[in-house]
Structures are given as structure tokens and as C-alpha cells.
Design a binder for this molecule. Structure first.
Ligand SMILES: [Zn+2]
Length: 462
């Protein structure tokens, strides 16, 4: 598109579209308005994916997983009906059946030595289903749930450990997404992964994340789904209209790497790669799943708890955790029993399958929109060589063949979500008359269908 820098500079402040349902979107030029409408429109294929997610199938999957009696990491692997071996062979065969011709399904296995929560050398096996992208892109998105389960005693490998919510719910969500999305095409690669040994110390996902880093795998985003089964809190309150999305800001490391130091130095502690991913998931998830809220929690996980996103965070990847709004701890990590008339244990009767399906739809919409969109722009920088109130942003050109151009987004420094956006065309530099000192900027890439990437936070260019 033809691009007039001077008029664009004049317009940038006043004519940029206001996000979030503003009725007074100002017409910039016709091309900008047209692409902005495309960006904000629901994409038909993502709507179809969301509509195909089935609560009935999720229910059947959770009940099947419960039927293995225990999926404890050190449980029996020989039986075809009970124990973790039977469970993972069933998961693999289901994915092979429903994804035939499209999903590449593999066991990712390693032998774990004896340690605090492993009492004999144990084979820890992830089931990894990869949907190859259509472009030459080396970009991956990973979505996971853990299929292992536990009772009160973490070393008890034989007791009845249904793990219906923790985490057959997340496992069923991942399997449902894999089966539905395998029939669609995406630019980027998607890995649908069910992992073991979460309860013993995040060893399954840890092994995958470490291998990924060693191979320098370009994982642009990772979600784990862990305890997404119940909409009822321990007080009995039902809330089936939201899911919590945990997103780390500044990593808690003794040594601060240079990129994190730059983030902190520019006030960007709320603009980490995980927070940018979370904003994208919230926007896209809520676009396709009406009357359902993605509540971003600005921390890595709940107090005293962790999950399979943590090893990915440690390897420097953007990673998020989905969890139901208010947990009932009577139905987690405990021997199945009745105490003072109260039923305790992680049984399927306490799972709300429709709720799990809603969370699965949010995941699928976010994942599909990410895998259809271009990569987030790289090497985004803001010029700071001289003192001025205008903001000049520069970035490296994206490589996708279907790229349309770039969109600059910004928000007040106290705001959680992007408030303004301006499509600037296929350029690698743009000057705004909004001061970099007063707002936070991000740059997104947009393709010809209006699929938009997460934003990249600019670092200073001196
Ligand atoms: Zn769990």
C-alpha cells in the first residue's frame, strides 16, 4: 500500500482506532479501516473449530482416563486395563485414530533416576502429537495437560487415583483440540502434548522443555491446562463464566539476563513475552467464546503450586497456565473416601464437562489464531538517540509470504490491555506523535486475512 509518512504522523495520535468495542472508531484512510475490520472480525475457520469442540467427547475421555484406576507415574505399565502404561497407550492410539494422516504421534520417553519423589528408576513418557504447519515456518505452539494422577501419599502407586479434574480434564482438553484441529491447516506447527510425572516434580514437561532448548526449537508460546474441570468452589459457589490464566512477568532468577534487565529498566515488567501472549489469548479467546471471561492473573502460578508451564518459563519460553476460577481442594490429591459425611477425592462426578469444554474452546481459539497469524515481529526497537516527544519504532521485516503489514498498539502505563491500535502498512519503521515516555507500545504483524500476532515490546535503540 502507498504510504505517506507525514500525514500518517499527523494522524497517528488522533485517528488511531480505539480498541475494545469503542463506537467512535475514527476512519483513517479506507485501507486502514478495511484491514482493521478484518483484524477484528471472527475468522470462519476458527468459529468452526470452536463449534466442533464437544463436551460429550470430553466427558467420555475423562471417564475413560478415570477407568485406569491409577495413572500414578510409578504405577503398573504391563496391564492393558489399569495403570499409567495402559493409559498412555490408550491416549496414543486415540490420537493416532482421530488424527490419522495429519497428526504425527510419538512417545517422548526418558528413564528417570531415583530421587525424592521417584522410588525406583522410572520410565517417564509424554505422548506428543504434532500437527505440521503449512508454511516453511519453524515456529511451534505447545499445548499440554498431565495424564498422571495421585492420592494423598505422593509415593502410593496402587491406590485409586481417579484424577478426574487433576488432570484428566486438561488431558481431555488437549486430546479434543488435537482431534478437532488435525482436520484444519495452520501456518505454524502445533504440538498437542500429554505429559507424565507432573505430580512427582514436573519431570515430563521438564524433559520436553530441556530438549526443546537444546535443539533451539522456536516455541513461540506454551499453554498448560491443569485443573480446568470444575466450576464449583469449595464454598459451593458456581462460576462457569471464567477461567484463570496465570502469566509470569519478570522471572525470579538470582542472575538477571540482559533482556530482563532492559525490560525492568524501561518499566516493562508487565510486557514480558508471557504477558504479551496472555493478552493475545484473552482477546482471541473472548472473541470466539461469548459470555466467557479469561481472567489474567499476573503471576506464574498459585501460592505453593506449580505446573508444566514452569519448565518452559525456566528455558526462556513464553508459557501460561489455565486453571478453573476457584478450586475445591477436597477433590484434589486425596484418597477417595467419605469423612463426616463429606465425599473426598478427585472423582468424575465433580467435573463440569460443559465448563471444561468452554475452557477447551478458549484454548482452541487462541491456539488457532496464533498458528494462523504471522510471528510476532522481531528486533522491535524504539529510537532513543536524542530527546524528543515523538516515538520512532523500527523492527525487522517478517518473512511470511502472506504478510500484509504491521500494527502499532499502545496503552497507558497503568492499563492492563492495549487501548489503541494503528495499522501502518508494510514498513519497518514508523513515527508516532505519541510520546514513548508516557505510554507502552507494542508492534504486531498482520497477514492478508487479518490474522494478527501477539505484540512485541520495543527495547531502546541508542
Ligand atoms: Zn495437576
Amino acid at each position: 500500500m502507498k504510504f505517506h509518512l507525514h500525514s500518517a504522523i499527523r494522524m497517528a495520535g488522533s485517528a488511531a482506532l480505539l480498541l475494545a468495542g469503542s463506537s467512535h472508531a475514527v476512519a483513517a484512510d479506507a485501507a486502514d479501516t478495511a484491514i482493521e475490520a478484518k483484524i477484528q472480525a471472527r475468522k470462519p475457520e476458527i468459529q468452526k473449530i470452536v463449534a466442533e469442540i464437544s463436551a460429550k467427547r470430553i466427558e467420555a475421555t475423562i471417564n475413560k482416563l478415570v477407568s485406569f484406576h491409577t495413572r500414578h507415574t510409578m504405577s503398573d505399565t504391563q496391564s492393558d486395563t489399569t495403570g499409567i502404561g495402559a493409559a498412555r497407550r490408550w491416549i496414543k492410539s486415540e490420537l493416532e485414530r482421530c488424527g490419522a494422516g495429519n497428526l504425527d504421534v510419538q512417545f517422548d520417553s526418558h528413564l528417570h533416576p531415583v530421587d525424592r519423589r521417584i522410588d525406583k528408576p522410572t520410565e517417564i513418557v509424554n505422548v506428543v502429537a504434532t500437527l505440521k504447519g503449512t508454511s516453511a515456518s519453524d515456529r511451534y505452539y505447545v499445548v499440554s495437560g498431565h495424564y498422571d494422577s495421585r492420592v494423598t501419599d505422593i509415593m502410593n502407586a496402587t491406590g485409586f487415583a481417579p484424577g478426574a479434574n487433576d488432570d484428566a480434564s486438561g488431558t481431555a482438553a488437549v486430546m479434543e483440540m488435537a482431534c478437532v484441529m488435525a482436520r484444519y491447516k495452520f501456518d505454524a506447527n502445533i504440538v498437542f502434548m500429554t505429559v507424565a510425572a507432573e505430580e512427582q516434580g514436573l519431570y515430563g514437561s521438564g524433559h520436553f522443555a530441556q530438549q526443546a532448548r537444546e535443539k533451539n526449537l522456536n516455541i513461540a508460546g506454551m499453554f498448560t491446562n491443569d485443573i480446568i474441570g470444575s466450576s464449583r468452589s469449595d464454598t459451593g459457589l458456581v462460576d462457569n463464566k471464567q477461567v484463570r490464566l496465570f502469566a509470569e512477568g519478570v522471572p525470579a532468577r538470582k542472575e538477571m539476563p540482559d533482556n530482563i534487565r532492559t525490560l525492568v529498566a524501561t518499566g516493562g515488567e508487565n510486557d514480558s513475552i508471557s504477558r504479551q501472549l496472555a493478552r493475545h489469548v484473552k482477546e482471541q479467546g473472548e472473541r470466539y467464546v461469548p459470555d466467557f471471561k479469561v481472567t489474567i492473573i499476573n503471576r506464574a502460578d498459585r501460592y505453593l503450586r506449580g505446573g508444566d508451564h514452569m519448565p518452559f518459563l525456566e528455558q526462556g519460553y513464553a508459557a501460561l497456565r489455565f486453571t478453573e476460577p476457584a478450586e475445591d481442594f477436597n477433590h484434589q490429591h486425596q484418597d477417595v473416601r467419605t469423612e463426616n459425611g463429606v465425599k473426598i477425592g478427585d472423582l468424575a462426578e465433580y467435573v463440569d464437562f460443559n465448563y471444561t469444554a468452554q475452557v477447551t474452546r478458549v484454548n482452541a481459539a487462541a491456539l488457532a489464531s496464533l498458528a494462523l497469524a504471522p510471528a510476532a515481529p522481531s528486533k522491535v526497537q524504539v529510537r532513543t538517540a536524542k530527546l524528543e516527544n515523538a516515538t520512532s519504532l523500527v523492527w525487522e521485516a517478517n518473512k511470511e509470504a502472506d504478510l500484509a503489514g504491521y500494527r502499532i498498539v499502545w496503552r497507558d502505563t497503568t492499563a492492563a490491555d492495549w487501548q489503541h491500535a494503528k495499522y501502518v502498512g508494510n514498513v519497518t519503521e514508523f513515527t508516532m506523535d505519541v510520546s514513548k515516555d508516557n505510554v507502552f507500545f507494542g508492534v504486531q504483524a498482520v497477514d492478508k486475512d487479518g490474522n494478527v500476532s501477539p505484540a512485541t515490546y520495543p527495547v531502546p535503540l541508542r
